[in-house]
Design a protein around this ligand. Structure first.
Ligand code: ADP
Ligand code: F6P
Length: 319
């Protein structure tokens, strides 16, 4: 393979740049030229493609966001859009493509692979919601951002004897809420895997209040409830002053953590190695902390496992 393309797609995640840098420089070491496709699949459809070399990816390993820009591209879900993308790949001499994104982006990669453009997916999303991998690039940075924000909220909750109800992102997966909930000492962690039960949350607050606790943190994964409403319910039921905070898109930004830079660099290298070996239609993943790869179609069908032990532990020690 002489020329490959690379794009970032879906929600940005800290560490995407480290992956791009690794792909470009790993390719160079194997004698492969890299073309950067801008703004996700939009760039493939609109032929917005630029040459990358080892210096174009200088000074980005430590930056959040993505230097290739990202987007959601509804047209790529149509046959017409996919065909335009295939044509532009061929016209630009792109023989293989590295797609950095979440499972939506991998569905797009699967479509290209099925039409003769071998693709390798690199998992990058703050949600850690991709079933085939233990870890997605960006998750560690986002967790640390949440912990930093909630530690600040705790100062206020503690000073005022309040309850702080905090919504974090997750896109249907409770990983971010669960890990962060444990790390910030949340009284309750509300995640899609366990469902939303306001009575249970209020009961936990009451029981820990009786045992001498005067301030409370409740971590809620997005889309499960209206956190302002929940804060009101808690205040009405317990008499404890409550406030709601939605952390929002700050979770997506910031300089990538060490872990995200290292995993991104390793995954980038593994992706290029596969293409160089003539292998496409794979997702690079982390299993038992080692880099592995799976068939895209099989990986999209895998079921995500729930970390019940961490959930139980967080509940046991939040008294
Ligand atoms: P993520 O990759 O973070 O999960 P999305 O689900 O928003 O993000 O998907 C990103 C993009 O991937 C979509 O805007 C679309 O261009 C492409 N995509 C998603 N699903 C499909 C699909 N079934 N077929 C083709 N392309 C898809
Ligand atoms: O997938 C990353 C993510 O930040 C999710 O946690 C969240 O549900 C979604 O993207 C928000 O998307 P948008 O950028 O469209 O607001």
């Amino acid at each position: 393979m002489k020329t490959i393309g690379i794009l970032t797609s879906g929600g940005d995640a800290p560490g995407m740049n480290a992956a791009v840098r690794s792909v470009v420089r790993s390719a160079e070491s194997m004698g492969i030229t890299v073309k950067g496709v801008l703004r996700g699949y939009n760039g493939l459809i609109e032929n917005n493609i630029t040459d990358l070399d080892i210096r174009s990816v200088s000074d980005i390993i430590h930056r959040g966001g993505t230097a290739l820009f990202t987007a959601r591209c509804p047209k790529f879900k149509t046959e017409e859009g996919i065909q335009e993308a295939v044509k532009n790949c061929r016209d630009n001499g792109i023989e293989g493509l590295v797609v950095i994104g979440g499972d939506g982006s991998f569905r797009g990669a699967r479509e290209l692979s099925l039409r003769g453009i071998p693709c390798i997916g690199i998992p990058a999303t703050i949600d850690n919601d991709i079933s085939s991998t233990e870890y997605t690039i960006g998750f560690d940075t986002a967790m640390n951002t949440v912990v930093e924000m909630v530690d600040k909220l705790r100062d206020t909750a503690c000073s005022h004897d309040r309850c702080s109800v905090v919504e974090v992102m997750g896109h249907g997966a409770g990983d971010l809420a669960l890990q962060c909930g444990l790390a910030v000492g949340a009284t309750s962690i509300v995640i899609p895997e366990k469902g939303y039960n306001p009575e249970e949350i209020i009961e936990k607050i009451r029981s820990t209040h009786k045992r001498g606790r005067n301030h409370f943190i409740i971590i809620v994964s997005e889309d499960l409830c209206d956190v302002r409403q929940l804060a009101k319910e808690i205040e009405n039921a317990t008499g404890i002053e409550s406030r709601a905070t939605i952390i929002g898109h700050v979770q997506r930004g910031g300089n990538p953590s060490l872990r995200d830079r290292v995993v991104a660099s390793k995954m980038g290298y593994a992706a290029v190695q596969l293409l160089n070996d003539g292998i496409g239609n794979r997702i690079v993943a982390l299993k038992d902390n080692k880099i592995v790869n799976y068939d895209i179609i099989e990986s999209l069908d895998m079921e995500k496992t729930f970390d019940a032990e961490t959930y139980m532990l967080a509940d046991i020690i939040s008294i």
